[in-house]
Design a protein around this ligand. Structure first.
Ligand SMILES: *Cc1c(COP(=O)(O)O)cnc(C)c1O
Length: 381
């Protein structure tokens, strides 16, 4: 059973796209751990969809159906991590290709792309894609086969005009892929703005409970060569999500719109409060009118601006680490998008990548915003 097409995201998520397990009648799907599936006496598959669990899994397909519908995509593919999804995307490029990639994005992506490009003779241009003129110039000068942006970006919260980036990529004869992790499909649907592929680390807000590692790619053009190449790569190279993880992910996604709405409301409140705090030098959050990307974010996101935010404290590394050390509710841990609030001192983790020593990155969870503000109040002193 699948739900009608015109339903809102909360309805699709709550009912997991309309899944009822038959013949049991269960309102949640079972976990099928089998790696192999039988054939009948005439050697026909008992279920033509299932041969071997490297790429044949009912529960993975159910989760992908929910993701595709939330994203407004024709198809979605799950991977065992966000990085596995990114790797599958870039492995479709021929040796010697040229790519334009947003600078200052998730460090894991930048690091892997630099290594991968060097190995495959790919020319990598890192550009501040939040600067529309710079992106346009890079696309016309280098005619990249792929443009990759991340909006809002992690940890700078820079926003990129997706429709404009799509135009730049397409005019250069390339494709646009968007890492939309910080927004989740609830707040931003890059395919509707012209992106060819949207990517998420589902480890973050999509699962939302800090207990599953997963990644997703989605498209509105499943017949395109890049998509058939990605599908073949996943099937043949085997970067697949296991059934237990897919089941947990599906369960987490049932409350995705609810969680994202609450987290966005709290983050907006906390960002506004921090902005007025005398010990805070600056706040990076696209929901603030003072943010340089506020107008773009308002135009291409709806329902809020997400749970990710960074701020600069007055002083340097010592002052920032002192605040981080005093926090009692925010867990000092990497990652984002979970129900529990997290705080990170990125400069300690990646000291040579230009992250200011006074920068504190926060992922706001679903706790009461007043409790979180009280915690920040005592920590800032
Ligand atoms: C975490 C993250 C990734 C990588 O995802 P994993 O699931 O950790 O492999 C990619 N992009 C962004 C923006 C992320 O936050």
């Amino acid at each position: 059973m699948t739900l009608p097409n015109d339903l809102k995201p909360s309805t699709i998520a709550a009912q997991a796209g309309g899944v009822i397990d038959m013949p049991s009648g269960g309102v949640t799907p079972p976990i099928q751990p089998s790696t192999t599936f039988v054939r009948d006496e005439n050697y026909a598959l008992v279920n033509p969809d299932n041969i071997y669990s490297r790429d044949n899994s009912d529960i993975v397909r159910i989760a992908e159906n929910v993701l595709a519908r939330l994203e407004g995509a024709e198809e979605a593919l799950l991977f065992p991590s966000g990085m596995a999804a990114i790797a599958a995307l870039f492995r479709t490029l021929p040796n010697g290709a040229t790519i334009v990639v947003q600078s200052g994005i998730y460090w894991g992506t930048t690091k892997w792309l630099r290594d991968f490009s060097a190995r495959r003779q790919i020319t990598l241009h890192e550009v501040d894609a939040s600067d529309a003129t710079a992106l346009e110039a890079a696309c016309s000068a280098h005619t990249p086969g792929m443009v990759f942006i991340e909006t809002p970006s992690n940890p700078w919260l820079k926003t990129v005009d997706i429709a404009h980036a799509a135009k730049c990529a397409h005019q250069a004869g390339g494709l646009l892929a968007v890492d939309s992790t910080a927004a989740t499909p609830v707040l931003q649907r890059p395919l509707q703005h012209g992106a060819d592929i949207v990517m998420h680390s589902a480890t973050k807000g999509i699962n939302g409970h800090s207990d599953v590692l997963a990644g997703v790619l989605a498209t509105s053009a499943p017949a395109a060569k890049i998509w058939t190449d990605i599908k073949a790569d996943r099937h043949d190279a085997g970067a697949v999500l296991g059934p237990f993880e897919a089941w947990l992910l599906l369960r987490g996604m049932r409350t995705l719109p609810l969680r994202v709405a609450q987290m966005s409301r709290s983050t907006q409140k906390i960002a506004t409060w921090l902005k007025a705090h005398p010990k805070v030098a600056d706040v990076y959050y696209p929901g603030l009118e003072s943010h340089p990307g506020h107008d773009i974010a308002s135009a291409q996101m709806s329902g809020g601006f997400g749970c990710l935010m960074s701020f600069l404290v007055e002083g340097g590394a010592a002052e920032a680490l002192a605040v981080v050390g005093k926090l009692q509710l925010f867990h000092r841990a990497t990652s984002l998008g979970g129900v529990e609030s997290l705080v990170e001192h990125r400069h300690t983790i990646e000291p040579h990548t230009g992250i200011p020593p006074s920068l504190i990155r926060v992922s706001v969870g679903i706790e009461d915003a007043a409790d979180l503000i009280a915690d920040l109040t005592q920590a800032l002193g």
